[in-house]
Ligand binder design. Structure first.
Ligand SMILES: Nc1ncnc2c1ncn2[C@@H]1O[C@H](COP(=O)(O)OP(=O)(O)OP(=O)(O)O)[C@@H](O)[C@H]1O
Ligand SMILES: [Mg+2]
Length: 352
């Protein structure tokens, strides 16, 4: 096994999970990425049987056994493994023999999770599509705003010239409707100024929104929290982040329709890629509800403007939230099924 501090930190810097096992299939070493994959510490994992820490398919188990006996390396792609107590993951596996001084044989397992790279590709495609939708909207908004200003001005002039007071009711309708359209366009565009860089305590933001949601929630809705206290402060735009979380939590509240549960949840993950950029540390702020879930026909579209599953919605909340998060270098992801909907706001942590 690695003998010097340098060797160890080198292996810990890898994003590939490395697990060494002996001929009795007991774990002898795990690097940091393997600790994350297994959801346990190296201290706990070492000396455990591999199959206790990781449920693997029977045929893979048999191949590992043969590899231990024959000292033959092998590769297995797209295998589903299940770290103890966690969701299954699709991984690529590379096994190579490794001599251990105090055992008849040993193997090094290199494990690459491929779920995430697939998702990264999807994130990038999604971001590009949304950017196209937004630039289309920006062009359209520009074309509407100018004539709208003209219409409004003309109606004001006309109102002053009207001989009959009663007729001015019609000009006020024109002015009011022009204003409504103007504010809809402004909302569609989202914030156009540069975001601020405040030193933000993310839990303070979550708690701020949670209180607002509690104030507006009916008795049948419970609002809980589950925070990771280790998240450091970060540099981001506090007000915009509040708007993002409020839009997401507001949707949860609507979806619950009077009864259910919302959980404000926070975690921090290392080595995470958002839209092609790899970040050493990312905060994941999730709003989880046990409502009916996002309607199936909308799952791929909810972040686009004007997409709504409700009669009274404008379908702008999530598109504005996503465009704010893109401005802040982050991303919103959604996973939804009936009884379990999670919207996760990913924020790169540049330590303040
Ligand atoms: N937590 C959730 N559970 C179920 N469906 C959801 C949830 N969040 C969003 N949705 C679906 O996504 C749609 C789009 O949400 P979005 O916030 O963009 O628009 P809206 O809520 O309909 O209108 P607006 O926010 O502009 O008032 C919603 O109409 C709803 O169908
Ligand atoms: Mg909404």
């Amino acid at each position: 096994m690695p003998s010097t501090a340098d060797d160890l930190s080198l292996l810990d810097a890898l994003s590939t999970a490395i697990i060494a096992i002996d001929d009795g299939m007991r774990i002898r070493y795990v690097n940091s990425a393997a600790e994350q994959l297994l959801g346990t510490s190296a201290r706990r994992a070492v000396d455990q049987r591999l199959t206790r820490a990781l449920t693997i398919p029977d045929d893979l188990f048999a191949r590992i056994r043969v590899a231990l006996d024959n000292g033959q390396p092998f590769t297995d792609r797209q295998v589903s493994v299940e770290p103890h107590g966690q969701d299954p993951q699709v991984v690529d596996l590379y096994l190579s023999p490794y001599p251990l001084a105090d055992a008849r044989g040993g193997l090094i397992l290199e494990i690459n999770t491929i779920d995430r790279p697939l998702r990264i590709a999807r994130d990038e495609a999604m971001l590009t599509q949304q950017e196209h939708a937004r630039s289309l909207l920006r062009g359209l908004a520009h074309e509407i705003k100018n004539p709208l200003g003209g219409l409004r001005g003309a109606a004001q002039l006309l109102a002053r010239q009207l001989p009959d007071e009663e007729l001015s009711e019609y000009t006020s309708i024109i002015i009011r409707e022009a204003d409504r359209l103007q504010s809809l366009i402004d909302r569609m565009l989202g914030p156009t100024t540069r975001p601020r860089r405040d030193t933000v305590n993310l839990h303070e933001v979550l708690e701020h929104v949670r209180k607002i949601v509690i104030a507006g929630a009916p008795d049948g809705v419970q609002i809980r929290f589950d925070y990771d206290p280790s998240i450091p402060e970060c540099l981001t735009d506090r007000d915009r982040l509040i708007q993002v979380i409020l839009n997401i939590a507001g949707n949860s509240l609507q979806a619950l329709n009077g009864s259910g549960r919302i959980v404000f949840h926070s975690r921090v993950v290392s080595d995470f890629t958002i839209g092609g950029t790899r970040h050493p540390l990312v905060a994941c702020l999730s709003i989880i509800d046990n409502g009916p879930g996002v309607p199936e026909n909308l799952t791929d579209q909810i972040f686009f403007p004007m997409v709504s599953g409700t009669d009274h919605g404008t379908g702008l909340g999530l598109s504005i939230a996503q465009s704010i998060m893109n401005q802040l270098g982050g991303l919103i992801e959604c996973a939804s099924e009936p009884g379990n909907t999670t919207f996760t706001v990913l924020i790169p942590l540049e330590i303040a």
